[in-house]
Write a protein that binds this ligand. Structure first.
Ligand code: ADP
Ligand code: ADP
Length: 224
């Protein structure tokens, strides 16, 4: 069944701009879906609306059966979000950064879970390093580890390869597949069709606040 259900979602910002004009989309448990569209299409707004960071002005969104407006805490507990920008306390160690993020969800410590997360991201050997000692790629991995600290069912990656070199991009593609293998549903945004095709099972093309089409990637490549 659908882990995320979006129905006729609308968002008008306070200046009157309509960033989402009635978006409907069901996301199945265990799939990787790419939101593909140009800058300004509404991808970040859509992620923000599902994650409860953007106040919606119409429609409904449920995550794991929990309504994001009426039951935001439960809905949010199912979600991990990796934002576009790397935001880390550079003087903190990897281990403490990830542990701290888990604490923000009001959950008791679970060091065995955090150990699994760090190992799966090849960060275990870096756990006592300060974040400032890490490469850009490793910093991105720490951002993902933080987003997985509360064992969410769904992971959002907003432009995971923006400003990233070719090697790191391939690294990220492999990582997304590993995440899926571990049972996490992944939703990512991109403005590259090649990247959507490479990473995702299904692609939703979004432009000017509307979903233009949703296709399995096999069909998508035949269209372009
Ligand atoms: P909401 O309706 O969700 O409360 P607001 O309209 O109050 O959101 O805007 C939230 C923030 O985004 C404000 O600080 C605003 O200055 C900023 N903002 C305004 N216009 C833009 C824009 N075009 N792109 C990104 N951020 C913007
Ligand atoms: P994308 O992630 O696809 O680049 P966004 O969701 O960031 O698109 O933005 C969609 C549209 O909404 C853009 O035209 C942007 O300028 C506008 N927008 C984003 N945030 C705000 C805001 N807080 N207030 C007004 N307009 C905004």
């Amino acid at each position: 069944g659908a882990i995320i259900s979006i129905t006729d979602l609308r968002k008008s910002y306070d200046n009157g701009f309509q960033a989402l004009k009635g978006v409907s989309l069901d996301i199945e448990e265990g799939e990787i879906i790419a939101l593909l569209g140009p800058n300004g299409a509404g991808k970040t707004t859509l992620i923000g609306a599902v994650c409860g960071l953007v106040r919606i002005t119409g429609g409904t969104v449920t995550v794991g059966g929990h309504d994001v407006v009426h039951d935001p805490r439960r809905a949010r507990s199912q979600i991990g979000l990796v934002p576009q920008e790397i935001a880390l306390d550079i003087f903190e160690t990897v281990w403490k950064s990830v542990r701290y993020t888990r604490g923000l969800f009001g959950l008791p410590p679970d060091d065995a879970h955090l150990e699994r997360v760090l190992k799966s991201l090849s960060l275990w050997d870096k756990r006592d390093n300060q974040c400032k000692e890490l490469s850009g790629g490793m910093k991105r991995r720490v951002m993902i580890a933080k987003a997985l600290s509360h064992a969410p069912k769904v992971l959002f990656l907003d432009e995971p390869t923006a400003g990233v070199d070719v090697n790191l991009r391939r690294d990220m593609w492999a990582l997304v597949r590993e995440l899926r293998a571990s049972g996490v549903t992944v939703i990512l945004t991109t403005h590259y069709i090649e990247e959507a095709e490479e990473m995702a099972d299904r692609v939703a093309v979004i432009n000017k606040g509307e979903i233009l089409l949703v296709e399995d990637k096999a069909h998508l490549m035949k269209r372009f």
